[in-house]
Design a protein around this ligand. Structure first.
Ligand SMILES: [Zn+2]
Length: 319
């Protein structure tokens, strides 16, 4: 562990806690927009853990996980360093939006470029100034648009370390999730930095139990990494699901799910129904095989082809 940590042009000593304000761009009104980065450095050797939220500006649960963890002091390490970024996409946060104001998704803009879009510039700064100094990371998300996620860690099982860290976090579910191009996870994996994604709830809604799971899981991960001595044990025995797929709407109309998020369902079990608004027809959405429902669309009006349920399973459940 270096005596002085260099982060975005700032030098942070051992034992120092500091807030660095990273300026990327101004609003059209000339208002300066900073991305605050909170750094907690112990005097003692240990890893550098990144806690990142608000990569999508309308996903508030992760922001609340980091806020509460900072206020309570639960992420102050005894050994090593925690770099906490509660809101990476400040621009989207201000506008209640997933994307930056030009409609770009930062998580489809990695590794980014200096002369690119605003999303690309934020990604570039992260890739070049923050990613190289971390050892591990947790990126906090929620379901996009009106979709709600059961508390879960997503990671790529092909890298053994990912699953090991996910089990240490011990959420209710751990889902194998392949890497998509231009995402932060793919960029981090290429750099050899394990980055877990924690998902809970939906955008612009607080999911209090999922927030508590996220706070406690972060503590368990920090204990596993040797950064703290104590973490509350959990009754969770994480369900490990190797495959996942979306069930889509076969008709347009009014949609009502009939299962709970996180529920295990049987083959051909009805998960939800779609009706036209005038009582003419009803279409049932059934489970193709035994599976767990870990994501649900809460939108009551859907178009044909729309993603309704995100299901997880293992090969032995597909018979
Ligand atoms: Zn997200």
């Amino acid at each position: 562990m270096p005596d002085v940590l260099k982060l975005c042009g700032n030098y942070i000593e051992r034992g120092e806690n500091r807030i660095i304000n990273l300026n990327i761009a101004r609003l059209p009104s000339a208002t300066k927009i900073d991305i605050p980065i909170h750094v907690f450095r112990s005097k003692n050797d240990g890893p550098v853990l990144l806690l990142l939220a608000g990569l999508h500006g309308d996903e508030i649960n992760g922001i609340e996980i980091i806020r509460k963890s900072m206020v309570s002091g639960s992420i102050i390490p005894k050994r090593g360093t925690v770099i906490a970024i509660p809101i990476l996409n400040i621009f989207g946060f201000v506008y209640f939006s997933r994307e930056t104001p030009d409609g770009k998704d930062i998580n489809r803009s990695f590794p980014g470029g200096e002369g690119g879009s605003l999303a690309s510039m934020i990604a570039y700064q992260f890739t070049n100034d923050i990613l190289p100094i971390i050892d591990y990371g947790v990126d906090f998300h929620t379901g996009g648009e009106s979709k709600s996620n059961y508390p879960q860690i997503r990671c790529d099982f092909s890298v053994e370390k990912n699953l090991e860290l996910a089990k240490a976090f011990a959420p209710p579910m751990i889902i194998n999730s392949q890497l998509m191009d231009k995402t932060i996870r793919k960029t981090a994996q290429k750099a050899g930095k394990p980055l877990l994604v924690y998902e809970t709830g939906e955008s612009l809604r607080l999911d209090l139990p999922g927030i508590e799971e996220g706070i406690a899981g972060t503590r368990r991960l920090m204990k596993y990494l040797g950064m703290i001595d104590q973490a509350k044990p959990t009754d969770n025995v994480p369900l490990i699901l190797e495959k996942n797929s979306w069930l889509r709407s076969k008709a347009s109309g009014l949609f009502r799910p009939t299962v709970q998020l996180g529920e295990k369902v049987k083959k051909r079990q009805v998960l939800g129904v779609i009706n036209d608004p005038y009582g003419e027809f009803e279409v049932k959405i059934k489970a193709p095989h035994e599976c767990y429902v870990f994501g649900v669309n809460n939108m009551p009006v859907v178009h044909q082809g729309e993603a309704l349920f995100h299901i997880g399973f293992n090969n032995d459940m597909r018979s």
